[in-house]
Design a protein around this ligand. Structure first.
Ligand code: DP6
Length: 327
């Protein structure tokens, strides 16, 4: 029988910043999270990925920014493509070429845009035409936060009860709210446990159950704040949720301490500036860099102030972004 004729397919996806964080899995393999989360896609930052399946290959071949990738990173991608091969019932390997326009080692969630772009490009390239929900479920298996980079704008990932209903959907389009994320890069050389290892430790903290106990209230408060564009309520719940996640990280065993002194300095200053009337708040992922969220009209002034703070090496600026798409 003649093997199918595979064409290359390219897709683009953006990273996202979580306002209500995903931390800890019920099922590590399927990436079924302990809790629902809420995020915003980041326009301006993007990963572009091209996939071509090739019946002549004996294993997947992965180029990241022009460099051949082997070892654990290739295995993670191959294991992810195995899900797609099994859905398509085709045992064929692929050429994957990917690049991002932001530094992937710098603590911006690059796995989210990477697996969202890969899910979209690879599923089309193998001849599967999944709807948004199934694409989000698929991307989730590569990286939990990637499920949230599939839909547009402001996105909720419902934890669900199992694989079938754990997916993300848009709660408001990117144009809904003029919010800016000023991503302050501080020490990007700081090596710590990555998010995948971190999720596995979440359950060792006595505070994880405390964090989860009021998760639904925070989720609802954050969703309403976004829908009503209520910045004060938004700032309160976003900072509370980030601080709770870092409390869990710090009290897990072994402890995960991601913040540096410069992280704290930004947090203190933004709090003080908010008291002066600047609508800004902070959230921090699994690294020392700080995402400062601010209403668009105040972004220029705030960016200038942040760039004066000690240790701020670079500031990336992003607005609410679209979901993943084919190129
Ligand atoms: C702190 O989605 O990067 O950024 O599923 O293992 O790839 P994996 O983890 P990942 O975890 C993100 C953790 C976080 C919070 C968040 O984005 O919700």
């Amino acid at each position: 029988m003649k093997s199918p004729d595979f064409q290359p397919v390219s897709a683009v996806a953006h990273p996202n910043i979580a306002f209500i964080k995903y931390w800890g899995n019920r099922d590590q393999e399927l990436r079924l999270p302990c809790n629902s989360s809420l995020s915003m896609n980041l326009s301006g930052l993007e990963t572009c990925t091209t996939v071509r399946f090739d019946p002549l290959l004996h294993q997947d071949h992965f180029l990241l920014s022009g460099e051949v990738v082997k070892g654990a990173a290739l295995e993670r991608v191959s294991r992810f493509l195995d899900h797609i091969r099994s859905l398509a019932k085709l045992n064929v390997y692929a050429h994957i070429e990917s690049q991002s326009n932001f530094p992937t080692g710098a603590g911006i969630a690059s796995s989210a845009s990477a697996f969202a772009a890969l899910a979209m490009a690879a599923s089309h390239a193998i001849g599967l035409f999944l709807d948004e929900k199934d694409l989000s479920r698929l991307a989730r298996k590569g990286s939990g936060s990637a499920s949230r980079s599939i839909p547009d704008g402001f996105v909720e990932w419902q934890a669900g009860t199992g694989d079938a209903d754990s997916y993300a959907f848009s709660i408001a389009p990117a144009e809904h709210w003029d919010l800016v994320d000023l991503i302050c890069l501080i020490d990007s050389s700081h090596k710590v446990v990555g998010s995948t290892g971190g999720h596995a430790l979440a359950g060792t903290s006595p505070l994880q159950s405390v964090r989860l106990s009021h998760l639904q209230q925070r989720l609802e408060k954050c969703r309403q704040a976004i829908l009503r564009k209520d910045f004060d309520q938004f700032a309160e719940v976003v900072e509370e949720d980030s601080n709770l996640m870092h409390a869990v990280m710090r009290t897990s065993s072994p402890p995960l301490i991601y913040w540096l002194a410069e992280t704290e300095i930004i947090l203190w200053n933004v709090l003080a500036w908010r008291k002066e009337g600047i609508p800004a708040c902070c959230t921090v992922d699994a690294g020392p860099n700080v995402h400062v969220l601010v209403l668009g009209d105040h972004a220029d002034k705030l960016q200038a102030r942040l760039s004066e703070l000690p240790g701020v090496q670079r500031i990336f600026r992003a607005s609410p972004g679209p979901g993943a798409s084919l190129i």
